[in-house]
Ligand binder design. Structure first.
Ligand code: NAD
Length: 420
């Protein structure tokens, strides 16, 4: 299984990052092995009836990286490229993210290899319900709590709540987070990840002495994370000059009106054809001059080919794993880009998911203002810890964030000891 996981490029990338940090921390072989490999790898087949009467079998996965510090927490992804190795890598990163934010969770991730854009609502509902049923022996509000990720949303979580409630015989709101507010979701959860990424990108500009109202940003991805990051950056005075999504990329040096773009996407399903901007090649977009480059789409998009040509001052990683280790080495050698690593930059989502879970367990509701204020305080604290650790040990900010996180997990494992 080790070799099988390492053959996956995304897992190999996470494992390479882990090995580098474990060397820095001087973890002994036993702790290194226990921290690196996932506790549980679960694969299920998910047969569903399509609208045309045919039956198709999808492969669904859930990887629970560890449960040492609490229940597993992490998203559920619907995407054609989902496989066990990628899900295991994302679970490992979730584990570090929760530890970095000091949330009482281990990390997990799930996914189904499918193309949700080609599926009807009925097909998506049947697939989600069947996947949830298959997962029932392995999940619970004290065991594993899922949330939306790429290709899934509030509606997906609502179907999961209903399926689990039907099985349990009563509503168990803490079984997932990122639910609709009417089903005890949390105020502020929808925008939390994008809000957090924009908040930290602005904090980085403050550090670099760049005024927000003269700054520009390019955002890759205009889904949940990218769109909310773009709205928040615009509201803070930052000009959004470029945006891409799976349909293409657009550019306007004078600034893109993100609210009008939202209406265009709602009407046309993608950003292409937006009248307030010019089309641009999506690969070229990433290398245009800007203060903030905010990848918020998919992994491994900043690579050895484009890293030497980036012209941003801040790389704010809204997506998970957007930068390959080769690109990281180039960026570190350049030394002119302020990196906000993914496990910090996009931690707003899991932090507000944690708030949602706490509210569910307490049968209590906080206001949006309360949620976002608590979130900003926690992000500010983690940002300061990462910067201080990086400075003290002369480390890149990604390594500093990972080292703080992995040390937290390793310490907890050492304190608990090993069973039997
Ligand atoms: P989403 O499905 O809502 O949106 C994804 C966006 O990326 C879409 O606009 C899509 O068109 C675009 N996209 C896909 N492939 C692209 C490509 N090759 N080039 C340009 N754009 C492309 O997903 P999301 O929830 O916004 O997640 C985006 C990233 O953020 C993922 O890496 C996810 O793991 C990460 N993330 C999400 C959350 C969250 O709360 N949603 C939290 C933490 C991290």
């Amino acid at each position: 299984m080790r070799d099988e996981l390492l053959r996956n490029p995304v897992f190999a990338m996470a494992a390479t990052q882990f090995d580098g940090v474990a060397d820095f921390l001087g973890l002994d072989d036993a702790l290194r092995e226990r921290c690196k490999w996932p506790k549980r790898l679960i694969t299920v087949t998910v047969p569903i009836r399509h609208d045309d009467g045919s039956t198709r079998v999808y492969f669904g996965h859930r990887v629970q990286h560890h449960l040492t510090r609490g229940p597993v927490k992490g998203g559920l992804r619907y995407h054609p490229r989902v496989d066990l190795g990628e899900v295991a890598a994302l679970a490992m990163w979730m584990n570090w993210k929760c530890a970095l934010m000091d949330l009482p969770y281990g990390g997990g991730k799930g996914g189904i290899a499918c193309d949700p854009r080609t599926m009807s609502q009925g097909e998506l509902e049947r697939m989600t319900r069947r996947y949830t049923m298959e997962m029932i022996p392995f999940i619970g509000e004290e065991i594993d709590v899922m949330a939306p990720d790429m290709g899934t949303n509030e509606q997906t979580m609502a179907w999961m709540v209903d399926t689990y409630a039907t099985h349990a015989g009563h509503l168990v709101p803490g079984i997932v987070t990122g639910k609709p507010i009417g089903l005890q979701g949390s105020a502020g959860r929808i925008q939390a990840t994008g809000h957090g990424a924009a908040f930290l990108a602005c904090r980085a500009l403050n550090k670099l002495g760049i005024p927000l109202n003269s700054a520009t940003a390019i955002v890759q991805g205009f889904g949940n994370v990218g769109s909310h990051a773009a709205y928040d950056l615009s509201n803070s005075g930052v000009k959004i000059t470029g945006i891409s999504d799976v349909s293409g990329a657009i550019w306007n040096a004078g600034g893109i009106d993100t609210r009008k773009l939202r209406d265009h996407v709602a009407a046309h399903g993608g950003i292409t054809g937006f009248p307030g901007a010019e089309p641009i090649d999506p690969a070229r977009l990433l290398c245009q001059p800007c203060d903030i480059l905010l990848p918020a789409a998919t992994d491994m998009v900043i690579n050895a080919a484009n890293a030497p040509h980036l012209q941003c001052k801040v790389l704010a990683e809204g997506a998970n794993g957007p930068t390959t280790p080769e690109a990281d080495a180039i960026i570190n050698a350049r030394g002119d880009i302020f990196v906000i690593p993914d496990i910090l930059c996009n931690a707003g989502g899991v932090t507000v998911s944690y708030f949602e879970w706490v509210q569910n367990l307490q049968r209590f509701q906080w206001s949006e203002r309360e949620v976002l204020t608590k979130l900003d305080t926690m992000l500010e604290g983690a940002f300061a810890r990462v910067l201080a650790f990086a400075e003290r040990h002369k480390l890149p900010q990604r390594t500093a964030a990972q080292a703080l996180a992995i040390k937290t997990v390793a310490d907890a494992k050492a304190q608990r000891g090993m069973f039997p």
